[in-house]
Ligand binder design. Structure first.
Ligand SMILES: *[C@@H]1O[C@H](CO)[C@@H](O)[C@H](O)[C@H]1NC(C)=O
Ligand SMILES: *[C@@H]1O[C@H](CO)[C@@H](O)[C@H](O)[C@H]1NC(C)=O
Length: 257
């Protein structure tokens, strides 16, 4: 008996040690209740160009596993890029739920409140409701089209992305507007800095969605980025942009969160 508990204690402490050395793991926090509807059409065309600024979701790598978030979840854009595993709450709605299925989506858009409608009849995205307005293709993995709205349980999960983090530099001289997309791990960015080959680190601010801005003159310089996701993990993207960069170009990293 005693030997057994010593072995157990050892295993537990080893497990703890192992866990505390993990990096970039987003800690899922359990299931929460919410609701989900769908938008954007059966070809997801209406989901493109959402409030996170990812543009064409097929070319930016998000595809049709995407969602718009209600105000309570969107957090003024701070939640852009977060990933959610969503299950239809079959016990609450056996008529319109598909049993035993889940779907994982990335937040790419905002579902604004509609105060003209009550929150149980059209105003699904009104505060404080936790609501997902999902791309139809994703929604139909867990719900039956005719149902329109379904009760769900959800939790944040780690984002798995193909390829590296992407930096798209828009703007003009003295105003770089950098879209940071295809972010793995926690998926959402808390802080970003930019560095030209002739400058030190300059902190950027969120302009809108996943667009971060800097007001420096960086033309003709090699650029580096430092990005921190909202779980506190920081990655350095050294000299990822070569000095002959132009506005409108996208640069991909080799490393990923
Ligand atoms: C949804 O995306 C998948 C790839 O992620 C693709 O195979 C499928 O055709 C897309 N569905 C629609 C309806 O566009
Ligand atoms: C996630 O869990 C690990 C191990 O328990 C801990 O070290 C880390 O601080 C946690 N991260 C967050 C964002 O809570």
């Amino acid at each position: 008996m005693e030997k057994m508990s010593i072995v157990l204690a050892l295993l537990v402490s080893l497990g703890f040690f192992y866990q505390s050395n993990q990096v970039a793991a987003y800690n899922a926090s359990g299931w929460t209740k919410g609701h989900a509807t769908f938008y954007g059409g059966s070809d997801a065309s209406g989901t493109m160009g959402g409030a996170c600024g990812y543009g064409n979701l097929y070319s930016s790598g998000y595809g049709n596993r995407t969602t718009a978030l209600s105000s309570a979840l969107f957090n003024d854009g701070a939640s852009c890029g977060q990933c959610f595993k969503i299950i239809c709450d079959y016990k609450s709605d056996p008529e319109w739920c598909i049993k035993g299925k889940s779907v994982t989506v990335t937040a790419t858009n905002y579902c604004p409140p509609n105060y003209d409608e009550s929150s149980d009849n059209g105003g699904w995205c009104n505060p404080p409701l936790k609501h997902f307005d999902m791309a139809q293709v994703a929604w139909e993995k867990i719900g039956i089209y005719k149902g329109g709205i379904i009760p769900v349980i959800y939790q944040r999960v780690s984002c798995k992305k193909h390829g590296g983090v992407r930096f798209t530099i828009n703007g003009k001289n003295y105003f770089e507007l950098v879209l940071i997309s295809n972010v793995g791990g926690s998926g959402a960015i808390k802080a970003a800095s930019i560095k030209g080959s002739k400058t030190g680190w300059l902190s950027m601010s969120r302009n809108w969605g996943a667009n971060w801005q800097s007001n420096s003159y960086l033309n003709g310089q090699t650029l580096s980025f430092k990005v921190t996701t909202d779980d506190g993990v920081t990655l350095l993207f050294t000299d990822i942009v070569s000095s002959n960069w132009e506005f409108g170009q996208t640069f991909s990293s080799k490393v990923q969160f």
